[in-house]
Structures are given as C-alpha cells and as structure tokens.
Design a binder for this molecule. Sequence first.
Ligand SMILES: C=C(C(=O)O)c1ccccc1
Length: 371
Amino acid sequence: MPSLFDPITIGDITLSSRVVMAPLTRNRSPKAVPNTLNVTYYEQRATAGLIITEATAITHQGQGYADVPGLYTPEALDGWRKVTEAVHKQGGKIVVQMWHVGRISHTSLQPDGGKPVAPSAIAAKSKTYLINEDGTGTFAETSEPRALEASEIPGIVEDYRKAARAAIDAGFDGVEIHAANGYLIDQFLRSSANKREDNYGGSVENRARFLFEVVDAITQEIGAGRTGIRISPVTPANDVSDDDPKPLFTYVVEGLARYGLSYIHVIEGATGGDRAFAGFDYDALRKAYEAAGGNAAWMVNNGYDRQMALDAVESGKADLVAFGKPFIANPDLVRRLKENAPLNALDQENMYGGGAKGYTDYPSLTQEAAE
Ligand SMILES: C=C(C(=O)O)c1ccccc1
C-alpha cells in the first residue's frame, strides 16, 4: 500500500515523495523577472516531492497580472536558472507552470496597451492584480477581450512550444500546462467563454482542439515524460462554466491518455473553495482516463488536509497530492506532515505582492526549535 511519503517516478521525473507544492501566484517578480527573493522562496521549499512554480506567462500577451514571472525574456530565463539551480542543489525537483491568461488580463498589462485575447469577445466577470504608481497593489476589473483570429492560433501554439524548450534549457525538470481556472486553454474548453463558429468552437472536439494542439507541440518538443497538465473540470474560477462538464472532460482525458504524460493534475471542485461544487465524479474521470490507456500519475488538489492526503494515496485514489496555502506558510511541509507537527498560520495580508513578509519569513521546525 503506497504512502504519501514514498518516492515515485512520474514519467521522466523521480520524486522523493508524493507531496507536491501546488502553483501559487505571489506577484513578487517585477518586470516578469524572477529575483533573488524568489530563489530563496523556492529553495526553502525544495523538500517538496515536486515544486510546481507559480503560473508563468509564456509571452507578454499571456501576462495577466502585475509582477508575475514570465518565460519569454533572457532576463527571466536567467532568473529561473538561479531558481532551478538552488532547488536542485537542495535535492528538489521543480517544474514550471506554463500560463496564457487569455481574457483574464488588463489593457495596461498587454503589448501596446491592446485588448487581451480570447476565443470570443466575452468579458469575464473577474478581476486582475495591478501595481499602482506608488507601488501599492490593487485588484481591477479584467478588460474586454478581442476574439482571436483562427490564423493567430498556430502562433500561440508555437509560443507554448518555445516556452517549453526555454523551460528545459533553464533547468526545469519539466512543465505543467495550465489548462485550468478559466485561463486561455480553459476558455476554449468551456461553453460559456467559447462561442466560436469555426473548428475551434461548438462541439466538444472543436473546443478541445486548441488544448491538444498545445499538448502536441510541447510533448514533441520536450517529451511527454516531462509534461504534466492541470485541469479544473467544474471550477467557476474567472467566470467560466460549461453546459455539460462530464462529456467534455471525459473527452479531454481520453485524448490525454494517448500521450504518456508525466501527470494529470486535477482541481476538485471550486478552486480554493467548495470541493463538492457541481458534484463532479473525479473517480469516474480517472477511470475513463485509464480505460483509454492513460498511465500518467494522478495528482489531486484543493483543500486536502493531512489525513485526506494520507487516505487518498493509501487508498489508490491518487498518486500525488498538491498543497497550496499550506506550502506558503510551511516551507518544511513534508516534515510537518510526516511528524504530524503543527502548521504555521497563513499571513493572509501578504499573499499577493510585497516582499519577504509573508513570503520567505515563515519559520521551519528547525528554526522554531532553535529559538
Ligand atoms: C494562476 C492562478 C490560478 O491558476 O488560479 C492565480 C492567479 C492569481 C491569483 C491566484 C491564482
């Protein structure tokens, strides 16, 4: 019977445990360039079985929030190289989450102040994070997007391919394709955001076309064994919904089964909220994936506590469990879970933006004992 703390090999990547640091946006990389504070933050958390970085924009057009990192300038890639070197030096493994926000952006963040892009010109009832002139952060309504021309889509697929190559060259052990939480790929998937009448819209097959073009490009470039993907079948995050999620995501996972990916990362329920939202059957989804020949590790996320995580792995429901906020407040989360030690409280005031406070100042058990 597997344990949460057993090693596991997921595709081409061997992990020291099944405890995963989930992607967490922190808005602490001005100019989209990872800095020394970011190096410290990830280095502190290197005992995770796997670190998935915060969502990282594949291009300027894919940028949707202030001070999130990118994968599209030499400076950013140099910054990430320092992060991967530091994590590897501690014996950790790290993949980068590749992100295109689509309509979840603001004209002030877009190239030449233009409109964000999306499958259809439908504004999300959502907010993004901007930095004011005085350096303070603020949440603002997302801007109305423009619908992508079909002729633009191959260029975005190529952006994903280039970013995946850049990620491996920057020392990452692999990439996670961000296909969740109402961002661009998810906007194409969901019927509420995709009203296209060409072969990227309408049927399930058409709405999933962009996703598979991205998966094709990335796996051909860096190999399926270094490629994971995150999906969120029913989350309402960023104002997305679908008329019928079950056939849509059954089709998606049956398609993913043919690649031999490293892992499938599934957000259960409403992201950061109700796990039972919309009453989706995640066990059936995994069964459909495996019935189609899928053999990637199955990673679950959203509100797992220690016991739920232990049970999920020991029962075979999941191979890996991704923890978000617990990893913010506990750099040594794996040790704390192993020892069933108390967890640090989360500094809610300093989740997004700012500096070391609420970012790199959380104590580890070793530091607490020394005090
Ligand atoms: C990348 C995010 C996601 O996947 O939800 C995100 C972005 C901003 C704040 C929190 C989370």
